[in-house]
Write a protein that binds this ligand. Structure first.
Ligand code: NAD
Length: 485
């Protein structure tokens, strides 16, 4: 059985529990403004208990040493999610607003990630080294202990599983803090393991509640050995300061302002479609949304016109309707923030399309905004510099490669970039010079559990996915052996 959109509880030490505060939080469907469920508004007592029991489970069960158990547990979770994919996809769309077809893609990515790390659980290799004729070293990889995982609301299923799967594969116990806007979906996915006896009680825990209370305690509690945080750069910076008190190991996946650089020899049809998709996916509420286009002056008009057509043909509506291309944004607050950026855009640049709240009929109930494009955006404008987290695309023009790179690297962020050209030399040259953790060439938004992802500059610290993503959740120990001759 999986969670219905009712009142979800915390999962602590294998038990579903109400918060000691006796308070709940409501989840709202951004498409309709309706309350669709409640979750626990936990307090300090709840999170402290979860951490204490996670620590006990880590030390008393065989989880940390039994890699085949971990592998089986993760694989079963993957299959259970596959079995319940459609029902969970509906919960995801209802709580987050994204189109149902995107929810299915998100869940497929979760299933793939769980399967990959189920395999990797058996492949946590260290090294051995001859140090002298009588000395031998084993460089061992060990789990860290209790890992606190704090996730955002925009891809709430994937961004939780992306961290939970490697943390568990490496032998850690986890305490999850879902985003306050999307606890129902996170809890529904955790609920899938309640009958999975390969997970010892206390190895996976989820506690919902306010970031400032629950997240703060996770960051400062000495029994949490590492924090994985995915969210806004400002929240990440504050968390870093707090974590410094206990010299806590941190992995940070933060914001972005990613550019697509388009050269005249690119396959323009393909580029325009992919670039528009990258800007408007999840209504632009995506860390690596392609929120900037840097286009060569000779194809500028053609690209602007192509992007305008793509934006205007998107069907914006309730995500539960199969044909919807773009859903609402997450909240009224987020909508107003995006509209403020549109005002800045009107002052600093040239509006090509959109820029307004969608109103009338069902639009009045939810938080809908038009896909928006601004052209001739100066690099110093706030709409070129700041992460809007909405469907707003900023276009900039370049004359030569040097200028394209300077514009691409001209923000505090460095999460991802796209390069569009048929010239392989140029593509690689640009890819090497762009300061970003991922560079896609003639494509965008392709992610794989086995390929590392993460940020340069203020987009983050550490890597998620792949072998490096797994190693983020390990400690390294040198065991030195003196051999008697
Ligand atoms: P957010 O920073 O507001 O919240 C993220 C999480 O942190 C939530 O669970 C929140 O409750 C918690 N939190 C809030 N205050 C906290 C505190 N003081 N201590 C500890 N935890 C606290 O971010 P959001 O609005 O949920 O998500 C959007 C942001 O996430 C965007 O900036 C986006 O770019 C970023 N993001 C990054 C990636 C990536 O992989 N780099 C992926 C998705 C989203």
């Amino acid at each position: 059985m999986i969670a219905k959109l009712e009142i979800t509880r915390n999962y602590i030490n294998g038990d579903w529990q109400e918060a000691k505060t006796r308070e709940t939080m409501t989840s709202v469907n951004p498409a309709t403004g309706e309350i669709v469920g409640e979750s626990q508004k936990s307090g300090l007592e709840d999170i402290k208990l979860a951490i204490k029991l996670a620590k006990a489970a880590f030390h008393t069960s065989d989880w940390r040493s039994n890699s085949s158990r971990r592998s089986d547990a993760l694989m079963q979770w993957a299959y259970k999610l596959k079995e319940n994919r459609e029902e969970i996809a509906r919960i995801l769309t209802t709580e987050n607003g994204k189109p149902i077809k995107e929810s299915r893609i998100e869940l497929d990515a979760c299933i793939d990630t769980l399967k990959y790390f189920a395999g990797m659980a058996r492949s946590i290799f260290g090294r051995s080294i001859n140090l002298s004729t009588t000395s031998y070293g084993i460089i061992d990889k060990e789990p860290i202990g209790v890992v606190g995982i704090i996730s955002p609301w925009n891809w709430p299923a994937m961004l939780m599983i992306r961290e939970v799967a490697p943390a568990l594969a490496a032998g850690n116990a986890v305490v999850l803090k879902p985003a306050s806007r999307t606890p129902l979906i996170s809890t529904a996915i955790v609920k899938l393991i309640e009958e999975n006896s390969d997970f010892p009680p206390g190895i996976v825990n989820i506690v919902s509640g306010p970031g400032k209370v629950i997240g703060d305690e996770m960051t400062t509690n000495p029994d949490v050995n590492a924090i994985s945080f995915t969210g806004d750069t400002t929240t990440g910076k504050n968390l870093m300061k707090k974590a410094a008190e206990k010299v806590k190991k941190l992995a940070l996946e933060l914001g972005g302002k990613s550019p697509n650089i388009i050269f005249p020899d690119a396959n323009l049809n393909k580029a325009i479609q992919a670039v528009a998709k990258s800007a408007f996916i999840t209504a632009g509420q995506m860390c690596f949304a392609g929120s900037r286009v840097i286009v060569h002056e000779s194809i500028h008009e053609e690209v602007v016109e192509g992007l305008r057509k793509q934006a205007e043909k998107l069907k914006v509506g309730n995500g539960l309707i199969e044909t919807t291309d773009m859903g609402p944004v997450i909240s009224e607050e987020q909508l107003n923030k995006i509209l403020e950026y549109c005002e800045i855009g009107r002052r600093d640049a040239k509006l090509i399309t959109g820029g307004n709240r969608l109103t009338g009929g069902d639009y009045d109930k939810g938080y809908y905004i038009e896909p928006t494009i601004f052209d001739q955006v100066p690099i110093e404008s706030r709409i070129a510099q700041e992460e809007i987290f909405g469907p707003v695309l900023a276009i900039q023009v370049f004359r030569d490669e040097k200028e394209a790179i300077s514009l691409a690297n001209g923000t505090i962020f460095g999460l991802a970039a796209g390069v569009w050209t048929k010239d392989v030399n140029r593509a690689v040259r640009i890819a090497k010079k762009v300061e970003a953790g991922t560079v896609w060439i003639n494509t965008y938004n392709k992610n794989y559990p086995q390929a590392e992802f993460g940020g340069y500059k203020e987009s983050g610290i550490g890597r998620t996915r792949g072998i490096e993503g797994l190693m983020e959740y390990t400690e390294t120990k040198h065991i030195n052996i003196e051999i008697e001759e």
